[in-house]
Design a protein around this ligand. Sequence first.
Ligand code: ADP
Ligand code: MG
Length: 650
Amino acid sequence: MAAATAGAGRCHLSKVGTGRRPPPARVRVAVRLRPFVDGAAGANEPPCVRGIDSCSLEVANWRNYQETLKYQFDAFYGERSSQQDIYAGSVQPILRHLLEGQNASVLAYGPTGAGKTHTMLGSPEQPGVIPRALMDLLQLTREEGAEGRPWDLSVTMSYLEIYQEKVLDLLDPASGDLVIREDCRGNILIPGLTQKPITSFSEFERHFLPASGNRTVGATRLNQRSSRSHAVLLVKVDQRERLAPFRQREGKLYLIDLAGSEDNRRTGNQGIRLKESGAINTSLFVLGKVVDALNQGLPRVPYRDSKLTRLLQDSLGGSAHSILIANIAPERRFYLDTVSALNFAARSKEVINRPFTNESLQLHALAPVKLSQKELLGPSEAKRARGPEEEEIGNPELTASAASASQKLSPLQKLSNMDPAMLERLLSLDRLLGSQGSQGTPLLNTPKRERMVLIKTVEEKDLEIERLKMKQKELEAKVLAQEALDPKEKENSLTVHRPLPRRTVTGAKPLKKAVVMPLQLIQEQAASPKTEIHILKKRGRKRKVESSQVSEPVEKASEDCWELQISPELLAHGRQKILDLLNKGSARDLRSLQRIGQKKAQLIVGWRELHGPFSQVEDLERVEGISGKQMESFLKANLLSLAAGPRCGP
Ligand code: ADP
Ligand code: MG
């Protein structure tokens, strides 16, 4: 007996496909209606199910006998269909994928007595899917693996049942409950599960037939030999390339005869039978959720919620080719179970537009290793993502080397030590990818990325502050030079602190007079000592204009505010410019003025159209919606900048 710790030490194999995770493949669904098995019953009652065409069928609606419920599937096989029809139509086409190193699964679903075992196993006269698939697969592998062909092929089989959420080895019934594990590549395996090499069909039968007798069966009111467990036949096709680069592939085929999907309440099950049904139905319920999640492309597929779905994790959806054959019976007593099986099957193929994706597992021994998402996370994060209950299988050395490789390759490592130029390029590349919408994959994960953007912003701000400081120093130096050149102007001299329009003067150094200029005026001021803009001193709330000639020390200077006084000539110039804008500017031009928003700009344009041009700026008050106070504040806000603008231009 060749007990194999299936998959141990296989971590060097990798999933090779395109770079992105393949989208979920739709599960194919076929429905098979069996004939009346009891001839007398068939004569007495009409069937409650009827085929329409090769894909659709109808069922009587028990609420309204005038109506029927119609269903459409990938295939419908009527009561006259043969075992060969089902095999050739729905199963045979997926077998070739196994030789490409891809996984496939065939599941027979339906209530007890509806024909699952007949479909999967059949009889010596009418062999079902299992013997036919094995026959073909062995033939295929013999041909492909013949001397002189590039690949050497071998086939092994395992046979197990899941009974009350226990995994039992049917080829070694004494082995007890086995655990299902996932290796570092995401392959599902059962350490300790017997794996028999098979080279011919008779060899297969030699192992399979006695093992089938080990299946747990019981009696319920619905069927004399009701299957109470899920029977899972696993056939693995291994391929090794005979010449360099000596690649290796592994394809898995699951052939599953599921336990009955009948409703517990109608089977009369009690005690142990009820407990069995509960466990069976939990597994089937999760299978339904898994199939739904796959078909809807949901981010979380609840594989781990039952043994059956956990086992099928790498062979149902995603990279695998899966077909569900829902078996139904024509008798009226099956009616409710038939409708519920059809509804399950219909849910299983809800999204009919999703294209079947052929991207999948190809295992290469020496091909460059493509690191999985888990590995990119780094060892500790990967462990967290897997969850604490998950054990990692595989050669520890390989695991360690994979971890160190992940450290080398992870784009998230050592970002903070990165050369700023490189960081800048990385961030702009990331922005570029981000701007391509959901297709673009950000290079950096969000928290790290945000931190780096923040660091970059702070650096830029620091530089900006440095630049401003330099500029201020230059300006101060210029002012000092000006003072030294023209001592007569000393009384009117400037104390420029910052190029801000208003400034609170501290009391530390009493000033006789301060004239603060807007930044753009400084150059002109230096060239022409004739002061056109003077300070307007404000004490508390009450304003008082001081003559530029007065040279009293400022008491309580810290409480004082300072504003600008503009020469009449400049003032007139500013007014004219505002007037021009009011009369000729568009609503958009007007919005460039301070205190004029969209609404006021439109009011002004409207007033102008009605009453003609404004004769003076104060006419603004006449515009409905603009008060005298608003007009004043508008004037104050705009006069200085407009007055100074063009005279100081470059
Ligand atoms: P299940 O496995 O779903 O409980 P079975 O496969 O044991 O159901 O089928 C119940 C009975 O119906 C068996 O006697 C089987 O031989 C018969 N049967 C099922 N399907 C067919 C079919 N397509 N043609 C003829 N007999 C069938
Ligand atoms: Mg059965």
